[in-house]
Structures are given as structure tokens and as C-alpha cells.
Design a binder for this molecule. Structure first.
Ligand code: NDP
Ligand code: OXD
Length: 309
């Protein structure tokens, strides 16, 4: 059995070593144009040529949770696309989102500004009941984030494609319940996959339906957000600010207004990083299961190309 490794921007050696150690009877090689046909592939942002030259792959394991970039390519129809299913990302995402929510709710940025001027100041405590958090996307990451926020006693609501029942979360589903979800939200967290349905979902008309004084946290994909609409709504005061980890163009261009906007906090796509050891263990476990005859549909994280996630 042969595995092709084709990951852009990823130092290959530690991955090759880890995969070979986890699957000692398997040949694991960096893909080169003209390479022999492989059974499986481990990929991140592969070139189209890789897919064109490997039409017989049984499955392609993406070393990230989001598959939007991969699905923009022509994937051979019989090749299953399998994304990372948590693999240590959900706890990182929960840390990041709770940090951003609490920083906003407790006004720590204002305290830091005061302290920088040598000012000992107090702000009136705010009621967390007045800061309901709305999580768009109640999948692997969104559920963990919703659970972590409940630990801090924030009211939490959520929105997904199909109806969900989550303890303590006011769940909404589908376009028909989107308005109710927005109206119930004061801190909006985006954890959707990027698909044709979700592209530009945070734009002027949708963000305007959040209650005045709302805050936006985007940790999914840059193309979920229309940048100029966010800036217009923050500048008009309808939104009070945003924390953004993902951008339409990455790295964020030096001249982009997000960098210097006083009410927008930027991080470099780092909210939940791929953890190599966990990811290798998960991918190797799935390859072993397939080799032992498990059907591909039994694996967690198999992407439905029709839904786009
Ligand atoms: P999942 O596939 O587990 O969850 C996706 C959720 O979004 C599901 O609840 C799904 O609904 C919902 N959803 C999809 N389409 C729609 C729609 N049209 N309307 C309403 N809800 C919809 O994904 P993960 O939680 O693992 O990851 C989410 C995204 O986070 C990734 O796709 C990626 O873009 C991003 N990400 C960002 C990282 C970063 O570092 N910034 C790191 C990792 C991921 P349903 O439950 O009905 O299927
Ligand atoms: C992912 C990411 O999708 O890191 O895993 O954004």
C-alpha cells in the first residue's frame, strides 16, 4: 500500500516519520510529478496536477478541518475526501473564542489602555445575561465552543443547517430561523464551513439584524465576512467591534484597514492549529480501519461533496 504526501507550506519530514511509524508496512512518500499511483493521500492545498495524476485514490485526508480550498479543485469522483475531525482543534477553538468573548465582555482592552496611561480605573460590572453569544455552525468546533461558553454562564444560542438539540443551547436551524438567531445574539461567533450557501453570510443586511452594540468573532473563513460592511457597521456604532482570525487574503495585506482599526483585533489564522501527532494518529487509525474492511461511510469527517463540508 502506498500513501502520497502532498501538503503545501508544511515541512514534510516530521509528517513522513510519524506516518511511517504509525503505519510501518506502508510506503509513505512525498508526491512528485510522475510518481507511482498511491492508494491514499495526505494533503493540504495540493495542486490540481496532483489530483489529475492520481485518479485512483481511495481517500484523501485533509490535514485541516476546512475543505473549501480542496473542493475548489477537480477531485476524482471515486476519491473520498476526509477532513480532520477535531484532532485537538476544538479545545484550542474554545480557548480562543472564550478569550475573545471575555476580553470584550470584561472590557479588558479598555483596562489595558487605562493602565498604559498609569490610570487606576473601575468600570461598572456588566450582566452576562445581556451578552448572549450566538454560535453559527454547531459542528465539531461549534459545539465545543458553545459548551465552553456555558461554563462561564453566558446565554448561548446556535444555528446550524439541520436541527440540533444541545443541552442548554437555544438551537436554531436553516434559513427560516436565521433572523430569530441573529435577533437573539449580541456576540456573534462564526464557525461555519465556507460553502456557496455561507459565503458572505456576514454582510451589511445580516449584521444589521444583530442587536445594537453587538460584537463579531470570525474564526471560520475570511470569505464569510464582507470586510467593508463590517467596517461601516463598526464605524456607525451599530457594532462595537470584532475579533478576526481569518481573512479573504492571507496573510492580511499590509494596507488592509483591519490592521489599524481601533475596534478590530486581528490574529494570524491561529485560533485552532493542526496538531501533528493527533492528526497522524487520527489519519493512521482511519487508514487501518479502511484496510480492515470498514466502509468509508463509517469514518468521522467524511465530506459530502454536495453539501461542501
Ligand atoms: P463541522 O462540519 O463539524 O460543522 C459545520 C457546522 O456548520 C454544522 O453544524 C453545520 O450544520 C453548519 N452549517 C453548514 N452549512 C450551513 C448552512 N448553510 N447554514 C447553517 N449551518 C450550516 O465543521 P467544524 O466544526 O469541524 O469546522 C468548522 C469550520 O471552522 C471549518 O470548516 C473551517 O472553515 C473552520 N476552521 C478554522 C480554523 C482556524 O484556525 N481559524 C481551524 C479549524 C477550522 P449541520 O450540523 O446541520 O451539518
Ligand atoms: C482548518 C484551518 O481548516 O486551520 O483546519 O483553518
Amino acid at each position: 500500500m502506498r500513501i502520497a504526501f502532498c501538503c503545501t507550506d508544511t515541512p514534510p519530514e516530521p509528517w513522513l516519520q510519524g506516518l511511517r511509524a504509525a503505519l510501518p508496512t506502508v510506503t509513505v512518500e512525498i508526491w512528485q510529478p510522475g510518481a507511482a499511483a498511491a492508494d491514499y493521500a495526505v494533503v493540504w492545498a495540493p495542486p490540481q496536477r496532483f489530483l489529475d495524476e492520481q485518479p485512483g485514490l481511495k481517500a484523501m485526508f485533509n490535514i485541516g478541518a476546512g475543505v473549501d480550498a480542496l473542493l475548489r479543485l477537480r477531485v476524482p469522483p471515486q476519491t473520498a475526501v476526509v477532513r480532520l475531525d477535531d484532532a485537538g482543534m476544538s479545545v484550542q477553538m474554545a480557548e480562543y473564542v472564550c478569550h475573545a468573548v471575555i476580553r470584550h465582555f470584561r472590557e479588558f482592552d479598555a483596562y489595558e489602555a487605562d493602565v498604559a496611561q498609569g490610570k487606576w480605573s473601575y468600570r461598572k460590572p456588566r450582566l452576562r445575561q445581556n451578552f448572549p453569544v450566538g454560535v453559527m455552525g454547531l459542528g465539531v468546533l461549534g459545539q465545543r465552543v458553545a459548551q465552553a461558553l456555558q461554563g462561564f454562564e453566558f446565554p448561548v444560542c446556535g444555528w446550524s443547517r439541520s436541527p440540533r438539540t444541545l443541552h442548554g443551547v437555544q438551537c436554531h436551524a436553516g434559513p427560516a430561523q436565521f433572523d430569530d438567531f441573529l435577533a437573539a445574539t449580541r456576540i456573534l461567533v462564526c464557525l461555519l464551513p465556507l460553502t456557496t450557501e455561507t459565503r458572505d453570510i456576514m454582510r451589511y443586511d445580516t449584521l444589521s439584524r444583530l442587536r445594537p452594540g453587538s460584537y463579531v468573532i470570525n474564526v471560520a473563513r475570511g470569505a464569510h465576512l464582507v470586510d467593508e460592511d463590517l467596517i461601516a457597521l463598526v464605524d456607525s456604532g451599530h457594532l462595537v467591534g470584532a475579533t478576526l482570525d481569518v481573512f479573504r487574503t492571507e496573510p492580511l495585506p499590509a494596507a488592509h484597514p483591519f490592521w489599524k482599526h481601533p475596534r478590530i483585533t486581528v490574529t494570524p489564522h491561529t485560533s485552532a492549529r493542526t496538531l501533528r501527532e493527533e492528526s497522524i494518529a487520527q489519519i493512521a487509525g482511519k487508514i487501518k480501519a479502511l484496510q480492515n474492511g470498514a466502509p468509508i461511510s463509517s469514518l468521522a469527517g467524511v465530506v459530502d461533496p454536495k453539501k461542501g463540508y
